[in-house]
Ligand binder design. Structure first.
Ligand code: GDP
Ligand code: MG
Length: 454
């Protein structure tokens, strides 16, 4: 049976621009409080049912002609995924849609630009939340109300200041090749980027934001969101973690099919595909029902896309964040899933004796993104792997340095440098370039190369 699933939505943008505040605010809308069973917490995600969107939206729904048939919206929670690069599915982005949060008072920052580049690369449709409009001088806050209600209450000066800041943003988008406009001035949502002025802190403009996201998904993604619900599940690992009483578990976003408790799953490991049998499917208990933190989860029999779920199973210690999870019910399906996963791992985890740089990243998705960027700049890679920077990595770089000093470096994205690695690097003068903005790390490396050449 086919059904339309919830679109998966990522919230991204520069640090401190308000991503977490926005998700928290969405979770705690008045509607959610009133309606029992309103907004539900998943593992790694938050689900807003379409009824809540409709209630929040009220007359705004007329922005979209036609009915919204989506069951709701599934927001991926941001902690640890602010870089977003790790969220991949079938070679594309796990997110069907994204909200790019930009602090309207600070404008574009490095992670804003990085986010836009990634969205562009994976052709992920997105809207822009121009956040913190409550900070505009003289802004009169009308809490929890649409932007269009707020704007009517402002005096000329505040409106003017908002317009000026919006124009600055629109100009920046233009420089990057995007036509952007305030959402209520957009003529064609396919060609223009909609900017919604919001205050995550005071809930201003969130009704419009939710309506626009729902409308865009309905209008342009309906085909993509149609899935065979009963089919074997597919998902992406957000996180691998220890859980008291369950051992190593994986937090997964399921974007296709149904995962059942007695399914076999195949997941990506460091240099292999791990085949394992599910022990438990876990979802978070409602907060008010948690009496003992050791029993934070409820067990479920099955879960259908789109959803966030924690999977407990044996042998997950070496599972890789960012890699696929494929459910399989027959030997043939298991073999096929193994081949697919191995192929993907092999294309990303590189191990050669070439003269080239050593690359490390936190997830398989971000490793792929970083490696791709380096390759596009003709920087050769000797080794690319997931994990923190170890002494071994530095020793490899040292052996490269003997042949080509400019490639004798370690480049890392969202990873830590182990203490012993740091010591050796210092002693042997091996540069380490780390950070959480890919293009910045590469720029730092290139600047170093230039300085060395001179
Ligand atoms: P993140 O790093 O993008 O997740 O940003 P946070 O949500 O943690 O927000 C960073 C800071 O900005 C916090 O102190 C928030 O309270 C504040 N903040 C977020 N949204 C708003 C807003 O709309 N207005 C104001 N005045 N402050 C905000
Ligand atoms: Mg945050």
């Amino acid at each position: 049976m086919k059904k339309i699933r919830q679109p998966i939505i990522a919230v991204l943008g520069h640090v401190d621009h308000g991503k977490t505040t926005m998700l928290d605010r969405i979770r705690n809308t008045r509607v959610a409080e009133k309606e029992a069973g309103g907004i539900t917490q998943h593992i790694g995600a938050t689900e807003v049912p379409i009824e809540v969107v409709k209630q929040l939206a009220g007359p705004l729904l007329s922005l979209w002609k036609g009915e919204i048939k989506l069951p709701g919206l599934l927001f991926i929670d941001t902690p640890g995924h602010e870089a977003f690069t790790s969220l991949r599915a079938r070679g594309g982005s796990l997110a069907d849609l994204a909200i790019l949060v930009v602090d309207i008072n600070e404008g574009f920052q490095p992670q804003t630009i990085e986010s836009i580049e990634i969205l562009r690369k994976y052709r992920t449709p997105f809207v822009v939340a121009a956040n913190k409009i409550d900070r505009i001088k003289g802004w009169k806050i009308v809490e929890n109300e649409p932007f269009l209600v707020n704007i009517k209450k402002q005096d000329q000066r505040a409106v003017q200041e908002l317009e000026t800041k919006l124009w600055e943003l629109i100009g920046k988008f233009y420089e990057l090749g995007f036509q952007a406009n305030r959402f209520d001035r957009v003529q064609d949502f396919r060609r223009e980027l909609a900017i919604i002025p919001v205050s995550a802190k005071y809930g201003i403009g969130l009704p419009e934001l939710l309506v626009l996201i729902a409308g865009l998904a309905q209008k342009y993604l309906e085909e993509k969101l149609k899935i065979e619900v009963e089919g074997p599940a597919r998902g992406t690992i957000l996180e691998v973690r220890e859980e008291v009483g369950f051992g190593t578990t994986i937090d997964v976003i399921i974007y296709d099919g149904t995962l059942r408790k007695d399914d076999i799953i195949v997941v990506g490991g460091k240099d292999k595909a791990i085949v394992t049998k599910i022990r438990a499917l876990l979802k978070p208990k409602p907060l008010d029902e948690i009496r003992d933190p050791r029993y934070r989860f409820d067990q479920v029999e099955e879960v259908s896309a789109a959803a966030g779920i924690k999977i407990a199973a044996p042998n997950l210690e070496e599972a890789l964040a960012g890699s696929p999870v494929i459910a399989a019910r027959t030997e043939e399906e298991i073999e096929r899933a193994k081949r697919e996963i191995l192929e993907q791992i092999k294309s990303v985890i590189i191990s050669t004796d070439k003269v080239g740089v050593i690359v490390k990243a936190d997830t398989i998705g971000s490793l792929e993104a970083l490696s791709k960027e380096l390759q596009e700049k003709n920087i050769p890679i000797r080794k690319a792997d997931v994990g923190n920077i170890s002494k071994t990595d530095v020793m490899e770089a040292l052996s490269v340095k003997e042949e080509e000093p400019l490639y004798g470096v370690v480049i890392g994205f969202n990873v830590k440098v182990n203490e012993d690695a740091e010591e050796v690097a210092k002693a042997k003068k091996i540069p380490i370039f780390v950070g959480n903005v890919i293009y910045k790390i590469i720029e730092d490396y290139e600047a170093w190369v230039k300085a060395e050449e001179e």
